[in-house]
Design a protein around this ligand. Structure first.
Ligand code: CA
Length: 222
């Protein structure tokens, strides 16, 4: 998963990073509203952990902006123990959950897992479609229960497709997931899609190209 942390206190940012990176996540940390707006304009994330007291304004205004553009990315706000009023305001503005500081790492991890499950309508921590399964925590993929020994970008593609299983995985989302902010060649994504297609041959699954939009993992009627 790609997680975005917005926190200006370096010690707290560090502990958030240490708590979330080992769960198999790519974690990016920003310390101001300005940086975060720029990152959100270029990239999609699976979850945002948002501190409210930031040097250039309140996280609540960023939260409001995100929801105003109908972006439903799960957002967990970080509040002070006695910050009942801002917690209520945050939840009313569209935050999905909150964590009070100081927090315990196991609680942070469990709440993040729960939010991701809920947002992706899953009942456990695995992503599945038909016989294909991906465990974001370990980065392992299986097909009919058999371990798939794949390079990281093919695993990233499986994860990206499974996050949208049965729906269109937007092209930009997949490019972001596989190549990050780095420049990817025009056909880089197609190369990985065609490799994965070969591996899925005979599995009853196929990756359909929706020109200009993205790709959809779906049942193969053949
Ligand atoms: Ca702060």
């Amino acid at each position: 998963m790609r997680l975005l942390i917005v926190e200006d206190d370096p010690l707290i940012a560090d502990s958030l990073h240490q708590g979330l990176a080992p769960l198999g996540n790519t974690v990016e940390v920003f310390t101001s509203l300005k940086e975060t707006r720029a990152a959100l304009a270029h990239s999609q994330f699976d979850l945002v952990v948002l501190d409210l007291g930031l040097p250039d304004g309140s996280g609540l205004s960023l939260l409001a902006e995100i929801r105003e553009r109908r972006d439903t990315t799960p957002i967990m706000i970080l509040t002070a123990r006695d910050g009942v009023a801002e917690r209520v305001k945050g939840l009313d503005l569209g935050a999905d959950d909150y964590l009070t500081k100081p927090f315990s790492l196991p609680e942070l991890q469990a709440r993040v897992r729960a939010l991701l499950r809920r947002s992706q309508q899953r009942i456990d921590n695995h992503l599945r479609f038909g016989p294909l399964c991906f465990d974001p925590a370990s980065g392992n993929a299986t097909l009919f229960g058999e371990h798939l020994d794949l390079p990281p970008r093919e695993l990233g593609l499986i994860e990206g497709l499974l996050l949208y299983a049965g729906r269109i995985a937007p092209r930009e989302h997949l490019i972001n997931r596989l190549f990050g902010f780095g420049e990817a060649g025009p056909n880089a994504l197609e190369v990985y899609v065609s490799r994965l297609r070969k591996r899925l041959q005979g599995s009853g699954l196929r990756i359909r190209t929706l020109r200009g939009l993205g790709y959809r993992l779906e049942d193969d009627p053949e």
